[in-house]
Design a protein around this ligand. Structure first.
Ligand SMILES: *Cc1c(COP(=O)(O)O)cnc(C)c1O
Length: 382
């Protein structure tokens, strides 16, 4: 017998209510029944995106919503400024290039956050830049960028700010309207506690002008079609009925908890994971801008990081993530986003300690779990 634990930065575990919601018989999407669900979901999405703007639902993974952002705002020959501090920052560049959009790149050392002043400098140097693409939580490095400060800089320019919050939304704070973020992109399988398959994009008025002006070709991802349908509480194509119904459940669970509580819960899980890493003598990959959604930890020298992740998963049923691209084998990532509780973190850390010991790494067995428990206890006392 084996029990599986999923501690990866997408997909994330599903609450049982959500799995059950998806077991219901399918209904048709052009019906009052589905429209009622869609109506609740639209207002729930605005709540979780912290915006009064439309939040469109796309049947795709998160990258589909990223592509929708690029092709609806820009067309070939336009100039975009992209912050590249990891694999997902690079994805913005790759999508832009695929559509003939020129990119100016801010290369940020992996494991560091971008300097908002640098973005300001680049925008000042080139007033032709139409859009700035950044990542809230750079999942590949475990870094959170300071979106509030970045938005304050971009707001003063003609450019629009587009944020990939695919792993950040529902885990770390992003005040779309209060901070003045023009476009926010998210996905279903991270903080929102759903299976993969839905992409989301919120578009503010400054960005909508670009959507209308863009001359690029688009069809399935045309946000003008999405807007026309949304105005009638509808979707342009066959909706992902089952996932949207499940999303309604997820949003209800989240609304019951409240955003403030949700962000605090993520921070405690992150604090516990970080404290445990330190107690085990392990270094965080991003000590100065560590995300509350996912922790990236350096693999100790001389240890095979890929083997560590593989053993935890295949021998003990605890799935964490390894490093991507240039970080392959060099870091491991423990996600604490979405439906993750203290018990999951403790289980993940205990398994990590066991496998580290088996691999010959020296530390006091239990030190990581104990450090995490201290954080959880302190929370109980506050
Ligand atoms: C997971 C993730 C993506 C990619 O999403 P897909 O659903 O795999 O397309 C993009 N950006 C970030 C920051 C992510 O964490």
């Amino acid at each position: 017998m084996r029990k599986e634990y999923l501690l990866t930065p997408g997909p994330t575990p599903l609450p049982p209510q959500i799995s059950l919601a998806m077991a219901k018989p399918i209904i048709h999407h052009r019906t009052p029944q589905f429209q009622a669900i869609l109506k609740e979901v639209s207002s729930g999405l605005k709540w979780v995106f912290q915006t009064a703007n439309d939040v469109f639902i796309i049947s795709s993974s998160g990258t589909g919503a990223m592509e929708a952002a690029v092709i609806n705002l820009l067309s070939a020959g336009d100039i975009a400024l992209v912050v590249q501090g990891g694999k997902f920052g690079e994805r913005w560049t790759e999508i832009a290039k695929a559509y003939g959009i020129n990119t100016e790149i801010i290369d940020v050392e992996w494991g560091k956050a971008v300097s908002p002043q640098e973005i300001g400098k680049r925008l000042k140097a080139n007033p032709q830049i139409k859009a700035v693409f950044v990542t809230l939580c750079e999942t590949s490095t475990g870094v959170d960028n300071d979106i509030q400060a970045i938005a304050a800089v971009v707001k003063e320019t003609p450019a629009v700010l587009v944020v990939d919050a695919i792993s950040g939304l529902g885990a770390v704070d992003i005040k779309t309207d209060a901070w003045g973020v023009d476009v926010v992109v998210a996905g279903s399988q991270k903080g929102l506690m759903l299976p993969p398959g839905l992409g989301f994009i919120s578009v503010g008025p400054k960005a909508w002008k670009l959507v209308e002006a863009s001359k690029g070709g688009r069809y399935y991802l045309d946000l003008r079609k999405a807007k026309k349908a949304a105005d009638k509480n509808d979707t342009p194509f066959t909706s992902s009925i089952t996932l949207i119904d499940a999303l309604n459940e997820a949003l209800k669970i989240m609304q019951k908890d409240g955003l403030e509580y949700i962000f605090k819960r993520h921070k405690i899980m992150a604090d516990a994971t970080r404290a445990a890493s330190g107690a085990l003598g392990l270094e965080l990959f991003a000590p100065t801008a560590a995300s509350d959604a996912v922790s990236a930890v350096k693999v100790p020298a001389g240890l095979d990081g890929e083997k560590l992740v593989k053993t935890m998963r295949d021998t003990y049923g605890v799935t964490i993530a390894g490093g991507q691209a240039e970080l392959k084998g060099k870091i491991f990532r423990i996600a604490h986003m979405g439906y993750i509780a203290e018990s999951d973190i403790i289980t993940g850390l205990a398994c990590l300690e066991k496998v580290l010991t088996q691999m010959g790494y020296k530390f006091t067995l239990g030190a990581g779990v104990s450090a995490a428990e201290e954080i959880f206890l302190k929370k109980e006392n506050n």
